[in-house]
Design a protein. Structure first.
Length: 402
């Protein structure tokens, strides 16, 4: 169970500032997508035609988000989680696995509280669940880690095609009343009953919502299992990139730029074609769901990798922007949860009540409220107090368990 000692010590160089900055960029990108989970009914998270698409601006915001944002920054955040766990496992010495499992246990608890009280789309539980496998994977070198990451994406796509592929076939063969097509339209389309249900959820009071989400914990756990392969694939890729020393800042700039360009040249045209396919079909749920969750997965990962490479290659480790982003990254857990609190204050009935009152483009504009807040407060906090408040809670809880 114990990972081997690293082949070389983790470098203490300015380039590691870029790793923190990359984590800060990931937190910002997650805010760009999470705003839709708070502002619009759940069907609109992936499908703009379900709700909130009133102008060409809304359609363009969806397309830009689908190609450049949706699941790219979640993947990037998961990559960095995997890399961060490997760094701690390498530095932990004997019984480092025990400290790791204490960390993921506390992270899961934080995520469960977050999901029950504030954000139903919490990612911390998924990361903690997938993180159970990381001490075993930490024994491997970079090449097998890359292979496992690719294999897990294939597993995710295989499961998804098996589960949802029938809906696509039924849709194109005109069987619109089939159980699969109806289910997909209810969850990812414009079905009136599904939309009314989702709109009702958005109007719940705080206590009512907390009770419903608490009672739904078993269902949440099943959903975490369904997302295991794709989350673990991103974490494994992050571990491989640390073992391969890219995330340690040891690759040549030209090598990173060249690989980033290759990844982008594959991913962006493919995502544009998928987006055109959905839009030209007028956003049916039977296509929008599988396209966002399954078909785009390998291209999401490629573009997330391109972002990581470009940040490590291009950001000036001494630059002001890099230092600000690095501060956001050092407080990534606090900033992620604070973003949810700000969105709750804007959109929930116990806040300003803007849920379902804004278009997609307006919701995207509002995502910059927590982003601006974290860009301002993170450098001030880091300069004065160092570690973030919720990072301290996480660390103290893990220390108590281990």
């Amino acid at each position: 169970m114990q990972p081997p000692a690293p082949s070389s010590p983790a470098p203490i160089t300015a380039r590691i500032v870029q790793l923190d900055a990359l984590r800060g960029i990931a937190v910002i990108g997650i805010a760009w997508m999470n705003v839709y989970a708070f502002a619009l009914p759940l069907q609109a998270y992936y499908n703009p035609a379900a709700f909130g698409m009133e102008s060409a601006a809304d359609r363009w915001v969806w397309l830009i988000s689908f190609v450049f944002i949706e699941d790219k920054f979640r993947t990037l955040f998961a990559m960095l989680f995997g890399a961060g766990c490997l760094i701690l496992l390498e530095r932990g010495g004997e019984r480092s696995w025990r400290a790791h499992y204490a960390r993921v246990a506390v992270l899961f608890l934080i995520g469960l509280i977050h999901a029950t009280l504030i954000a139903s789309n919490d990612i911390l539980r998924a990361y903690a669940f997938a993180g159970l496998a990381l001490p075993i994977l930490a024994r491997l070198s970079a090449p097998p880690l890359y292979a496992i990451a690719i294999g897990l994406v294939a597993v995710h796509m295989g499961i998804g095609i098996t589960t949802f592929g029938g809906a696509v076939v039924d849709y194109y063969e005109g069987r619109l009343a089939s159980d699969l097509v109806v289910m997909m339209e209810r969850n990812f389309g414009s079905d009136p009953g599904g939309l009314n249900y989702a709109l009702g959820l958005g109007q719940e009071g705080f206590a009512e919502r907390a009770v419903r989400r608490f009672n739904g914990i078993p269902t949440q756990l099943r959903n975490l299992f369904a997302a295991l392969a794709i989350n673990l694939s991103a974490m494994t890729l992050g571990m491989a990139l640390w073992r391969d020393r890219m995330l340690a800042g040891e690759w040549r700039t030209f090598r990173m730029q060249r690989l980033a360009g290759a990844c982008a040249l594959i991913a962006i045209p493919a995502l544009l074609v998928i987006g055109w396919w959905i839009a030209s079909s007028f956003f049916p749920g039977a296509l929008a769901g599988p396209a966002a969750l399954i078909i785009s997965a390998p291209f999401d990962m490629l573009l997330a990798l391109a972002y990581a490479l470009l940040v490590m290659a291009l950001l000036d480790p001494q630059g002001h922007a890099t230092r600000v982003l690095a501060a956001c990254g050092r407080l990534s857990l606090t900033n992620y949860l604070t973003t949810s609190l700000i969105f709750a204050a804007l959109f929930t009935p116990w806040g300003l009540g803007l849920f379902a009152q804004v278009t997609r483009a307006q919701a995207f504009a509002l995502s910059f409220v927590p982003i601006a807040a974290m860009l301002v407060w993170s450098p001030l906090w880091v300069a004065s107090l160092g570690q973030g408040p919720l990072e301290r809670v996480w660390r103290a809880g893990a220390k108590a368990l281990s």
